[in-house]
Ligand binder design. Structure first.
Ligand SMILES: Cc1cc2nc3c(=O)[nH]c(=O)nc-3n(C[C@H](O)[C@H](O)[C@H](O)COP(=O)(O)OP(=O)(O)OC[C@H]3O[C@@H](n4cnc5c(N)ncnc54)[C@H](O)[C@@H]3O)c2cc1C
Length: 389
């Protein structure tokens, strides 16, 4: 059956689900999105959207809207936690002028996607919690109120605890990485530039970048520690805990941390990439397929890549089964490679021994001084990857 004739249920109205709904609708499918929440809301936090993700939004006609809602990133700057001097500057404007890197508020991205999805004629049904899923020729979802819905394809964009992933077979549990992340937004009254700053300290790092016309700063602070914390953004923490853990960071960090009034804490777990992304009548994408540690800022970007490729494979495949198989083949290796790199980054940022940290920072300084363009272009495989080409 061609994609034009298909009725598709997308479970989850996060970045993966909304992008998939839009991409599938653009190929002519009839799409319904089921979201468990009573309204489409997002935690107050920022996202870095890199060209490999924004190219998908551009192809879906949202390039301008994204640009208006975002701050264009000019550089990524790595710093030692105590000194304000630069260890490495990745000057994006100078060495990747044709590429657009964005800082965007999650709520703004989700809202612009939701508006586009509705305008394209997709129904977004709220307060619809899917409790079980069965694949096959006529896949079926059951909702918490007992209601059942049948479609030609059920797409699981239902995040970490995906019910659709469960329907694809047994899943392996994730494990606590011994790292937690705090997230907060503070006013940008320090006038920080449109750059991502990453302060690297022993067992900890802090990332900050501006949002919304530069009027706010997004903070992500990561600590290695033994005490477990729950996975998810529902858990508020006392800002005093965050300030205590980062008390030995430099002046800018202290000024930002002093402004934190509300903060959420997330226990970072590592989950294996799903071995199986599809079966007859079912497919998964985004965090449902590959929950990603935030050390490369790629979870949402990968989700958007997935969404485009899924719709394209379904449109290209003579049969749905061929399209789904092609989707998994195209996406698994790419997602696993990106996630592998993200997993390794925490170790690099958190070097505990002062001599090792000094040597690593010296190597980065040397690379940045001798070959600044190469330092940026080493990531071409990641950021110049264009699923829409
Ligand atoms: C600290 C941190 C920083 C990050 N920074 C970045 C970054 O800068 N750039 C980046 O690209 N990524 C970043 N990420 C990763 C990114 O946030 C996620 O990978 C991405 O949001 C996943 O989107 P998703 O739509 O797959 O899942 P989710 O956002 O989890 O959405 C799932 C949706 O499904 C709904 N749902 C779940 N179960 C059901 C059900 N049974 N029935 C109905 N609905 C259901 C949920 O309510 C939700 O709306 C970061 C992550 C963390 C933890």
């Amino acid at each position: 059956m061609g994609i034009q004739d298909q009725n598709i249920i997308v479970v989850g109205a996060g970045i993966a689900g909304l992008t998939a709904a839009l991409a599938l609708r653009a190929r002519g499918a009839n799409v319904v999105v089921l979201e468990q929440a009573a309204e489409i809301t997002e935690v107050g936090a920022g996202l870095q959207i890199s060209p490999n993700g924004s190219v998908v939004l551009g192809a879906l006609g949202l390039g301008e809207t994204l640009a208006k809602a975002s701050v264009r990133a000019q550089a990524v700057v790595l710093r030692d936690y105590r000194q304000s001097g630069e260890v490495l500057r990745l000057d994006l404007l100078r060495y990747a002028p044709d590429q657009r890197f964005w800082f965007v508020h999650r709520a703004d991205l989700v809202n612009l996607l939701a508006d586009a999805v509705r305008a394209a004629g997709v129904q977004v049904l709220l307060s619809q919690q899917v409790t079980s899923v069965i694949g096959g020729k006529s896949p079926k979802v059951t909702l918490a109120d007992g209601h059942e819905m049948v479609a030609d394809l059920v797409v699981g964009a239902d995040g970490l605890h995906s019910k659709v992933r469960l329907a694809l077979g047994p899943t392996e549990d994730g494990f606590f990485t011994g790292q937690v992340a705090w997230r907060a937004i503070v006013p940008n009254d320090l006038g920080l530039a449109n750059e991502a700053q990453l302060y690297m300290g022993p067992g900890r790092h802090l990332v900050c970048y501006p949002l919304r016309d530069g009027s706010m700063v997004n903070l992500v602070a990561v600590q290695e520690r033994d005490a477990w914390a729950a996975e998810g953004w529902a858990h508020e923490d006392d800002p005093a805990n965050l300030r205590r853990v980062f008390a030995d960071f430099g002046d800018t960090a202290q000024a930002l941390l002093a402004r934190v009034e509300q903060v959420n804490l997330w226990g970072l777990c590592r989950h294996p990439v799903a071995a199986r992304w599809q079966s007859p009548g079912l497919a998964i994408l985004g965090d449902a397929a590959h929950p990603t540690l935030p050390f490369l800022a790629q979870g949402a970007n990968l989700a958007m890549e997935d969404a485009w490729v899924l719709a394209q494979c379904l449109a290209d495949g003579a049969e749905s089964a061929q399209g789904l198989a092609a989707y998994q083949t195209k996406r698994h290796t790419r997602a696993a490679k990106v996630i592998g790199m993200a997993n390794g980054n925490a170790r690099k940022y958190h070097l505990r021994s002062a001599p090792m940290r000094g040597a690593a920072h010296m190597a980065l300084r040397f690379g940045g001084a001798m070959a600044p363009a190469r330092m940026v272009r080493q990531f071409d495989w990641l950021y110049r990857y264009d699923v829409t080409a």
